[in-house]
Design a protein around this ligand. Structure first.
Ligand code: DGL
Length: 270
């Protein structure tokens, strides 16, 4: 594959239904210092966790078509497991720029687990996906896979970032059935980018020494396959946030992004 060279015009477009993609941005921003980032949160249709594959694919096509009218996109990162798992292969057929995404790191969990009990947290749409279902069914022969899909957990993660208090007993309630397990998972797949936002809270409510796995590191790997990175470019960053709805949290959302060096805020009409 021929790599695109990074220039001071390089613009990476990060997409999530909400604020979960911030976990990906925070990870890559320190590695790729002088890239322009555009972050779009589709807050008009948040959450995506129970939406159909067709809805998500059509929504992504519409958003990317619109954004590429205004910006010369070098790379798209779908920082949402639900959107990636449902739409990535089809989505790539519509656009000439490279598109990469995060998906649950099931194979990594298999390599890490010692007690062969793996926890898998993701949205309903991710867990219902046939690729994920096939994988889980195959693994069930050798491993115990404890699955939890909780829109509440996505909501709590978003609330935490917006500055609302997050009540640990609410998280504990979600995992009620796990506390009765004879063997607790020693490895937990965070198959939704929102869950990495509440990793500290998860560490408090779960037993010690659990390995939490998300897909951050893989994004860097995929990124480097596509873009030739040159650290010495001058730092002329112009980061932009797009949202799809003005709601009561919008000023809080802007403040979150201001602290992350995003200074331009726009509503995308879709
Ligand atoms: N952050 C998204 C993911 O990684 C989905 C959250 C949602 O919109 O339900 O799956």
């Amino acid at each position: 594959m021929t790599k695109n060279f990074l220039t001071s015009q390089t613009t990476i477009f990060i997409f999530d239904s909400g604020l979960g993609g911030i976990t990906i941005y925070n990870y890559i921003k320190n590695i790729f210092l002088n890239i322009n980032f555009i972050y779009l949160l589709d807050n008009k249709y948040f959450p995506y966790g129970n939406k159909s594959k067709n809805f998500i694919l059509q929504r992504l096509i519409k958003i990317l078509q619109k954004i590429s009218l205004y910006h010369d996109i070098s790379l798209v990162i779908i920082a949402c497991n639900t959107a990636s798992i449902t739409s990535l292969p089809e989505l790539k057929k519509y656009f000439s720029f490279p598109i990469i995404g995060v998906t649950p790191v099931i194979d990594l969990a298999i390599r890490k687990t010692n007690n062969k009990v793996i926890g898998f947290l993701a949205t309903n749409t991710t867990l219902q996906n046939y690729k994920i279902q096939n994988k889980i069914n195959l693994l069930k022969k050798k491993y115990i896979i404890k699955i939890i899909s909780s829109p509440k957990l996505v909501f709590l993660a978003e609330q935490k970032l917006l500055g609302y208090e997050i009540i640990l007993s609410e998280i504990k309630k979600i995992f009620f059935s796990w506390y009765k397990l004879k063997i607790f998972p020693d490895t937990i797949i965070l198959g939704c980018t929102h869950f990495s936002l509440i990793i500290n809270e998860l560490k408090i409510v779960f037993p010690k020494n659990i390995i939490f796995l998300d897909a951050k590191q893989y994004i860097i790997y995929k990124f480097k396959q596509i873009i030739q990175y040159n650290k010495n470019l001058s730092d002329t960053k112009k980061n932009i946030v797009y949202y799809t709805k003005i709601n009561r949290n919008i000023s809080k959302i802007k403040n979150i992004f201001l602290k992350m060096n995003f200074h331009i805020f726009k509503k995308l009409e879709t």
